[in-house]
Design a protein around this ligand. Structure first.
Ligand SMILES: C[S@@+](CC[C@H](N)C(=O)[O-])C[C@H]1O[C@@H](n2cnc3c(N)ncnc32)[C@H](O)[C@@H]1O
Ligand code: SF4
Length: 383
């Protein structure tokens, strides 16, 4: 296995809160409908105990970012997060300008909590709006109304969050281009400095998989997307990743660390981590069921394996090529410990076909290349 150069990648932390008010019919995330009171204190204690097992992964680094995702992290009280942050700070150094994001769903009681979260150091919210259209929200099984979403955005701003994201989905059943653009316009007008605009996908193990809604035709979807990209760009939100759009200085640093093949610790049920050790790159996953995670049965880490050298080129590219500007070529060796020369013939072949940009300093898809991303990635598969 390769050993990665002297400089370790930046370190982030992903924390998973696996409960929601109810399960949405399109969602295959590790999230479970809440029954009764949430075991907040026990879950925070379990995560801190779990972190104690993974301290070797830190290797003297400070944390560059934390992302608290779900599920619905805004179901947890500020008190619970105060306990969590106290425990984290005892075990980890936070960088001075750390980005700490929390996913918040409109439509529950959590809005009053935004100010208290902020006092704890949470400095970015990701608000799961999905659509501002009442009918669409109903079909998506969301618990909130458009008014709730606008109220959540207003509360975030009132609480002093100048850095927040709005999640929207498009390609919804019976959704016209005008409908999709209307959702985007409302999000833009709300002043959001970051918008994630996801195309609805039908995932296995969801209600939508069993009873698929009728979705827009491929050609309608393409036109909808082109118009959406133009609207976002005209509004000053640059598309920097497949589904991520941001104003200057507001790109999600946590997600950028994933895409630049950085390291991240995992805490909470089902969370994934990736760390660079003297022995090479290691991936690990936490046990998925909340009750197993809480009771440490049989172990909180359900999987942990080294990534073999043969898989590193594909893994690196799968992340880096999501970025519209790609990455600097030197990052490849820094992150994988493998020589760039070994993939140079593949890079040159893809450049010659016009699928990667013709710049020895950068590895990035060309505009045409973005439409053929799967075939580009297959070139980095072993064999
Ligand atoms: C971790 S998920 C959920 C966050 C939060 N609980 C919520 O529902 O707002 C993050 C985002 O992924 C998107 N998403 C979830 N399932 C999706 C699907 N099947 N297709 C496209 N986007 C999806 C939604 O926009 C969602 O807000
Ligand atoms: S989409 Fe969000 S709120 Fe809905 S079930 Fe998934 S994680 Fe929970």
């Amino acid at each position: 296995m390769s050993s990665v150069g002297a400089q370790l990648p930046p370190l982030s932390l992903y924390i998973h809160i696996p409960w929601c008010v109810r399960k949405c019919p399109y969602c295959d995330f590790n999230s479970h409908a809440q029954r009764g009171d949430l075991p907040e204190a026990a879950y925070i204690a379990a995560m801190l105990e779990d972190l104690d097992q993974d301290l070797d992964y830190i290797q003297g680094r400070e944390l560059a970012s934390i992302f608290i995702g779900g599920g619905t992290p805004s179901l947890f009280s500020a008190n619970a997060y105060a306990q969590l942050f106290e425990g984290l700070r005892q075990r980890l150094r936070f960088s001075r300008d750390i980005e700490i994001t929390l996913e918040a769903n409109p439509g529950t009681l959590e809005q009053g909590r935004f100010a208290a979260y902020r006092e704890l150091g949470i400095n970015r919210l990701s608000i799961g709006v999905q659509s501002f259209d009442a009918e669409q929200l109903e079909k998506l099984g969301r618990i909130h109304s458009a008014g709730d979403a606008l109220a959540a955005i207003a509360s975030a701003r009132d609480a002093g969050y100048d850095n927040f994201n709005i999640d929207l989905m498009h390609g919804l059943s019976d959704q016209t281009e005008a409908d999709a653009l209307n959702d985007l316009r409302i999000a833009i007008d709300s002043g959001a400095p970051h918008i994630s605009w996801y195309q609805l996908t039908i995932e296995a193990n969801t209600e939508f998989y069993k009873r698929p809604p009728e979705l827009p035709q491929e050609s309608a979807l393409m036109t909808m997307q082109r118009a959406g990209f133009a609207l976002l760009s005209d509004a000053g939100l640059t598309r920097y990743e497949v589904s991520a759009f941001a104003r200057d200085g507001r790109r999600a640093r946590h997600n950028l660390n994933y895409w630049r093949f950085g390291d991240y610790l995992a805490l909470g049920a089902g969370a994934h981590g990736k760390v660079t050790l003297a022995s090479g790159v290691r991936r690990y996953q936490k046990t998925r069921k909340p009750e197993d995670y809480l009771s440490r049965s049989p172990s909180r880490t359900s999987q942990s394996q080294g990534v073999i050298d043969a898989d590193l080129p594909f893994e690196f590219m799968m992340n880096a090529l999501r970025l519209r500007g790609g990455v600097e070529s030197a990052l490849y060796s820094q992150r994988t410990g493998l020589p760039l020369a070994a993939i140079a013939p593949t890079l040159e072949r893809l450049q010659a076909r016009g699928l990667l940009i013709d710049d020895p300093q950068r590895i990035a898809c060309s505009e045409r290349g973005f439409a053929f991303i799967d075939s580009i990635l297959s070139e980095f598969l072993e064999g």
